[in-house]
Design a protein. Structure first.
Ligand SMILES: Cc1ncc(COP(=O)(O)O)c(C=O)c1O
Length: 376
């Protein structure tokens, strides 16, 4: 097989293209009625009162902090994409890095607790690669210390902790980047159950104006009045992309089921290699496998990834370097040892995973690995 096995691939049907084309021809390209449809469908799927579509998860994270006036310390994992930390900096707050649990690569009450002090105002948990954190403990901790709880759920759409969806425990922030479980190209969603916070977030992403163009145009009386209550942003999602998101969301459960079947198949096929550690899924979690990550010894990790890539299997690494070692962040003094994060960042390998990946492609991957000489 000489074909390329990409790391990820969006699943966009002909019907989705047809509907998006129709929306493009409708003339309403900015934030519009499809945003409302997508948001309402999203709220029922996650089990929250409010969903607000945005141009990215990074914007959703920044808004989650701004809407709550967070300017102090925010505990976040370093085992994440730099967007989590960038959002904290851009909101005018201070990221404080915590470590993760080795098996799930997720933060836990144990890794967050040592960093809480009187300056701490919020926690951002990251549900790594599709696996929801232990939210029971984290919710308890956030309540005990009266901290705002934000879930960076960019990588976990449809995943659960004890049957409750990621993004419904605190303020949820989702990504629809093309590598994610559903896509709108660029895009994100903010979820919350507090109506006042939701109204402020809606205003903040639309220039600080409390009613949208779409709503104003439907008003009979003075639709031209636009009053900015905040110094807002333009973080809105365009109408045609919201239409794509709406249709993608309709098939999320089916796509996540496929990802689970593929993950189980990978687990079975990769168990023949003693140098590969397959992922561990917590028993209280429904995993949405945005990524399928394995671990190998750090001495051979780069060689292994390069070997796969030389065979057109576009494996990758998430995340190297971890955020606290990136040029912008490495001068921040860490308060705790981040040894598990550092170790994982040198051991992890992200294998190709997407809902249209075929079992025979996994066979090709495992047959290819048989030719990898792990000993030298
Ligand atoms: C954990 C995490 N947070 C935030 C983001 C940022 O998402 P977006 O590209 O939609 O801003 C990503 C995307 O890669 C991510 O993986």
């Amino acid at each position: 097989m000489s074909q390329i096995v990409p790391l990820s691939l969006p699943d966009i049907s002909d019907n989705e293209i047809k509907v998006v084309s129709k929306v493009l021809k409708s003339g309403w390209l900015a934030h519009g009625e499809w945003n409302k449809k997508f948001e309402s469908e999203f709220s029922s799927f996650i089990g929250v009162k409010n969903s607000i579509s945005m141009n990215s998860c990074t914007s959703a994270l920044e808004i989650a902090l701004k809407v709550n006036d967070i300017k102090g310390e925010v505990v976040i994992p370093s085992m994440t994409w730099c967007a989590t930390a960038n959002a904290v900096i851009n909101a005018g707050a201070k990221p404080i890095f915590c470590d993760v649990e080795p098996d799930t690569r997720n933060v836990s009450a144990n890794t967050i607790l040592p960093l809480i002090n009187k300056r701490t105002e919020a926690i951002i948990v990251v549900h790594f690669g599709g696996q929801t954190c232990n939210m029971e403990e984290i919710v308890k901790l956030s309540k005990k210390y009266k901290l705002l709880l934000i879930e960076d759920s960019a990588e976990t759409l449809g995943g659960t902790w004890k049957k409750k969806k990621a993004g419904s425990f605190g303020i949820g922030c989702f990504s629809f980047f093309p590598t994610k479980n559903i896509t709108t190209g660029e895009g994100g969603m903010f979820t919350c159950s507090d109506n006042i916070i939701a109204d402020k977030a809606r205003a903040l992403i639309g220039h600080g104006i409390t009613n949208s163009t779409f709503d104003r145009e439907r008003k009979k009386y003075k639709p031209w009045i636009r009053e900015a209550s905040y110094a807002g942003h333009n973080f809105r999602m365009p109408n045609p992309l919201a239409a794509l998101g709406f249709l993608q969301l309709k098939k999320i459960s089916k796509m996540n089921k496929k990802r689970n079947t593929l993950a189980n198949y990978y687990n079975k096929k990769l168990s023949q290699f003693d140098f590969i550690k397959t992922p561990i899924c917590n028993k209280d979690v429904y995993h949405s496998y945005q990524m399928y990550t394995v671990e190998v010894d750090k001495k051979i990790r780069n060689k292994f990834v390069n070997f796969l890539r030389s065979k057109n299997i576009l494996a990758s690494v998430h995340f190297y370097p971890p955020v606290h070692l990136q040029p912008f962040y490495k001068n921040i003094k860490n308060r705790v040892n981040l040894s598990i994060t550092e170790e994982l960042s040198e051991r992890l390998v992200t294998m190709p995973m997407y809902s249209t990946l075929k079992k025979n492609q996994i066979d090709y991957i495992t047959d290819t690995i048989k030719n990898f000489k792990s000993r030298n």
